[in-house]
Design a protein around this ligand. Structure first.
Ligand SMILES: Nc1ncnc2c1ncn2[C@@H]1O[C@H](COP(=O)(O)OP(=O)(O)OP(=O)(O)O)[C@@H](O)[C@H]1O
Ligand SMILES: [Mg+2]
Length: 234
């Protein structure tokens, strides 16, 4: 089966004065549709840069990023905007909700920019927040705010969900609830879910683990029988 995502010799360089920093250095990997993928690596390894390149929020210096066979590294700004709108749901460590909008309004906002957005109430229900729809972010717990952020991302009905340390600001019990939800979206919703985390034990729950260090892929592991998130010990 053709992979949904292929990185082929991708490099991302930053200019720092006279120096050139290779944040991503000749990275290649592939991901199948519906996979639950964990990206691991120390701070500064290039994990967020890989995720931003994949999400069309940053541009590679060289190499190809093929999504469903199309090289997005060669896209114009306009093509990239459309790619992000149609394919990418992003979940951040600190939720990035709009504080003056309710949970429902934060999710429903997607409808303003995305054609074929899903129904905000249905999506809020699917993350267990139907009864919290009219609360503002400040009136929700961290775990609930992150579920609103996930609802907002899946409201676009994206092909892939990119999550940069989605449990970084949560206690481990709440983190498990969030990761269980993300694994369920991959298993039952057939979404391709990619999670950047420092939690190495999550590797056992992943279909695929990509280990990154100094901008390079150190190892790619495939689990034939991944555990449920709830079975993974921190
Ligand atoms: N816009 C930028 N300009 C210059 N350097 C950058 C930029 N973004 C990232 N870098 C550098 O690229 C390297 C990789 O950064 P990245 O944010 O991808 O790391 P990370 O693996 O996500 O780290 P962390 O676990 O701390 O979030 C770092 O050395 C960082 O300083
Ligand atoms: Mg990062």
């Amino acid at each position: 089966m053709q992979p949904i995502i292929e990185f082929l010799h991708v490099t991302r360089e930053y200019r720092l004065g006279e120096e050139t920093l290779r944040a991503v250095d000749d990275v290649s990997f592939s991901i199948q549709e519906g996979d639950f993928v964990v990206i691991l690596g120390p701070s500064g390894a290039g994990k967020s840069t890989v995720l931003n390149l994949l999400g069309g929020m940053d541009r590679a210096s060289s190499g190809e990023i093929r999504i469903k066979g199309q090289n997005i590294a060669g896209y114009s700004e306009q093509q990239l905007t459309r790619y992000r709108a149609e394919n990418v749901g992003f979940v951040f460590q600190f939720y990035n909700l709009i504080p003056t909008l309710t949970a429902w309004e934060n999710v429903a906002l997607t409808k303003e920019v995305i054609r074929n957005a899903l129904d905000a109430d249905e999506v809020l229900g699917s993350v267990g927040l139907a009864s919290h729809r009219d609360q503002f972010p400040s009136q929700l717990s961290g775990g609930q705010q992150q579920r609103v952020a996930i609802a907002r991302a899946i409201c676009k009905n994206p092909t892939m969900l990119l999550c940069d340390e989605p449990t970084g600001a949560l206690d481990s019990e709440t983190g498990t609830i969030i990761l269980t939800l993300l694994q369920k979206l991959s298993r039952e919703g057939r979404k391709t879910v990619i999670i950047v985390t420092h939690n190495t034990s999550l590797a056992k729950a992943a279909d695929k683990v990509i280990r990154i260090r100094n901008g390079k892929v150190q190892a790619v592991e495939i689990n034939e029988t991944p555990l449920n998130v709830s079975e993974v010990k921190e």
